[in-house]
Design a protein around this ligand. Sequence first.
Ligand code: PA5
Length: 434
Amino acid sequence: MSTQLLQTGILNESSLQINWSDYSDSVKTIHHYLEKKGAALTGWLNLPLENNDITLKAIQSVANEIKMCADVLVVVGIGGSFLGAKAIQDALTPYFDLHPNGIEVVYVGHNMSGAYMLQLIESLKNKNVYVNVISKSGTTLEPALAFRVLRKYMENRYGNDVQNRIIVTTDAETGLLKKIADNTGFRQFVIPENIGGRYSVLTPAGLLPLAVAGIDIVRLLDGAKKAALLLKEERLEKNEAYRYAVIRHSLYKRGYQIELLASFEPGLSKLHEWWQQLFGESEGKDKKGLYPSGVIFSTDLHSVGQFIQDGSPILFETILHFKETPTDCIVPYDVRNIDNLNYLSNRSFNEINAISKDGVIAAHAEGGIPVIQLELEKLDAYHLGYLVYFFMKSCAMSAFLLEVNPFDQPGVEAYKSKVLELMHKNIIYREWHA
Ligand code: PA5
């Protein structure tokens, strides 16, 4: 069971007792429903296979301008209009030298912390600034508030030049942000109407910030294209994304409540958050769904590791591993050997990390925790493009197996309107009593 790019394997497959044949018909039916665009908001399915040259050229050209003229790009957005870009940026940029091929890209509008907002503005003082505000609906409170502050700041600082320095990414037709962009003449990129927020990482919502951060977005799309082609396969035994969906579903049916996505590279923690939003928002409906959670090993083995090994048996693990990372460090030989570590000298950290991964998997499997393994050759733009597409396709299948709609988010809308209602009530109440 393998493809050229991603290998999935399940420890103790026999002990998991997945009856694949039970699922083949429903997987085929859902596959055809998806491919025939039976469901709305499936534009992401074929996006990597389409000719995106015009959009890509426009993105590259604006990104080059920003890299030439600015020291920092401030990206305003939340949820799907934030996490995809941040996830891939964090996964592919060095830990300490943050922008070797691009410029600094920072994010705001994904919280309502006054301290964060103010400190961000203060940090811009001696830097040349561009802003990319991203919101599909154009009405989300957090980015709308942050954009109001930033727009004022940019107008005060740059006068008429603000028109060149603010770029809007939103729907082609609707929303307040679209209205603002049309009225002001800010340059615009479009999130296609048939692609929802958490499936939008490969649209300009993800691609513009990533290009500015110096990520090779062409390779990213190449990887996604490879996945889009390979994962068009309708047969369950040949489609890795569908197999992953079926394993999750069958574990859920057996009473598991939490899926832990575990990686051994700290730069992947935002990718976990992106995955968490994708699966959590797509599946958590009608009182159903697995709770998606992420852990970084070995860090978290020293915090929640005890619970994973011996606590309530409510979780299973999906281990995400990249065989090759961009850089590595060799353990030096030390003639004193007081720390008794010479047996590891001349070994690389990645090698040791990989051995520790195998040890963790063995211990967890012995402890009765079902373990799924996803393995990719290399941590680079190509393989991440493949992976995000793999997860999106899996997620759509998994949600339909659960008989929920992967593409809506009624719970989030409920929270959004409750907050707005309270906000209006509170402000009016305070004004009334002032
Ligand atoms: O997946 C989704 O649709 C949501 O999580 C949105 O991405 C998030 O709520 C932000 O919405 P918007 O881009 O409309 O501001």
